[in-house]
Design a protein around this ligand. Sequence first.
Ligand code: G3I
Length: 313
Amino acid sequence: AGLHVLAKQAGKLYFGTATDNPELTNTSYTAILNNSQMFGQITAANSMKWDATEPQQGVFTFAAGDVIANLAKQNGQLLRGHNCVWHNQLPSWVTAGNFNAAQLTQIIQTRCSTLVGHYKGQVWDVVNEPFNDDGTFRQDVFFNTLGQSYIATALNAAKAADPDAKVYINDFNIEGTGAKATSMKTLIKSLKSQGVPIEGIGLQSHFIVGEVPTTLVQNMQEFAALGVEIAITELDVRMTLPETAALLAQQKKDYETVIAACQAVPQCVGVTVWDFTDKFSWVPGTFAGQGAACPWDENFVRKPAFDGIVAGF
Ligand code: G3I
């Protein structure tokens, strides 16, 4: 059976994948992507980001994002919105704008409400990657201008634009316990105490073979205890190339470990891989000499990691 079917049978809402517009011309790729038994959810890897959707202030372009949204609809797949506010892939008018606090607040409100209002009824990574790895707030244009208030501004604007949207904060290196996860928990408590909508935490889960945190389940339980749901939003498990049988075997175990952790925590609602084939993985472009992070290889052949996912469910 397909991975989404297995996820549903195991009580989860979905198994999904990221995808990106340029990939959709590859028919070997789309044959797998469009199989709704394999993937019950998709996330746009780039085309709903700020640079792609508001290239000039107040000028919104949804054409590329709409392609992904329409694909999800056509395939009967859930859509995850990614993302409203993030330090990366910003249009230059945001980074170079030298806006004051009132102006930047308004800019965030306009962006979040327009974006979330355009794609109604979705789950959203409203705020992406607010923390540094040591648990301090990332010193990006939003924090430097507004302090942590930008997070509440974004969440409030998203929820006001669509009360049916589910609003998340998404980050990496918060999958296991530690300083960064602790800061996220403190933030959730603070937001909840102020009545700011925060309904879910995305654990990106960009892992390294053999280095999956051992505290996944405990950490997810601690998030769940704060009254938020959890999603594994960007799973991949990279390795230093070349691939070896031993690395692929460890990678299989690693995928199984992550899926089994989600299985162990009822509030973990689903798992998304950050694209399913090594052909279109972001990893080699970012980490020289690393890759092979996905469950399908570059030729769309299933790797041991695929069987690890099956075993995890
Ligand atoms: O659009 C330009 C294109 O015009 C140009 O010709 C080409 C040449 O390099 O670059 C294209 O932009 C690239 C863009 O992806 C679209 O393909 C950027 O260089 C490239 O840096 C960008 O990478 C994306 C990355 O986010 C940026 O940080 C990846 O595809 C995307 O998978 C990745 O996704 C992020 C999540 O959003 C957040 N969590 C981490 C995750 C992995 O980095």
